[in-house]
Write a protein that binds this ligand. Sequence first.
Ligand code: MG
Length: 381
Amino acid sequence: MDNSGPVGFFSIPKESYAYHPVHCLGRQFPEVEHSFRSPFERDRDRVVHSTAFRRLAKKTQVFPAPTNDHHRTRLTHTIEVAQICRVVSRNLGLEEDLAEAIALAHDLGHPPFGHAGEEELAECMSCEGGFEHNAHALRIVTKLEYRYPDFMGLNLTWEVREAFAHHSKKISEEIRHYRSKGGPFLEAQVADAVDSLAYDAHDVEDAITAGLVSLDDFLDVELVSETVREIRQSGKMANSRALVPTLIRKLIDTQVADLIAETTRKIRSAKVENLKDIRARQDLLVGNSQSLTEKITQLEKFLRERVYFHYRVQRMATRGRRILKRLFDEFCRVPKLLPGRYQGRLEAEGLKRVICDYLAGMTDQFAISEYQKLFDPGESV
Ligand code: MG
């Protein structure tokens, strides 16, 4: 029996600049706090039980569902982000529950067909305030989910809503409102950093298993080649099926270790002592070291050129965009084709925003099935 396991890892004390629940700025509609869950634990649970969260299972991350059964969907990506977020937050002495709630919610606003779907909806809505997945996630958690008798949305704490605003690339009045408390707190910064760390690593595995790029091709990337060299030097694994999973595990581990070390260094040199000090800063304290950032940039460039722009990925993206565009135009032309629940919101929200909400909420498969129902004469409606 192995008795040499680590002792004491699980009692890392919270730092004074962690976002303790006592600082929570509350909910949109006041509620009595729960007797045995903190406000942030409660947010996490509300997100996990939401309809939008379950739909992530059938939304494209990079590779749509028909590619194979093993690549990441938005749901499995989200679970990986949440899991890594907990590790990073715990080791930095931050508020794990808040970081986890933000991580679980971070992709709720994504439409079907990945980034291509987001670009198409942004184009369809260009004269109507646009479309951006973080802003849309705010709509979902404040207006669109209907699970509670007393309010629409999930009535999440200010902090989880604010995190969407910090990650948004498009600045609207609402986003400005949510950014009014100062710079992003560290738990939101962790969720953002871990999101890209996770997809950079898992897209390598998915690209290889989908047959878009070989492991040999990836050896052009310094971070990959030095990690593979390290694994092979262990002598066990030259042709093992575990080589690629081991590579992904080490890519994550290297980035997480560097993220924790570099962030700790930055926090110390910035001499922050409390949440107010964090809020007062314009720059981010959570991030990788300069040398690793350069290697990650090279990996991301490779992923963009060889994977995201791969003709098979582009075909799927273009097809997804066409489906959304034709659905959008058809619902604009004949609003009576919309389900009754959406028709009931037309007066309050306007036709295009309602159509956009309907399309953005769809899973890939549901969008394809709606397309067939509207345009394939042999399909039942
Ligand atoms: Mg993400």
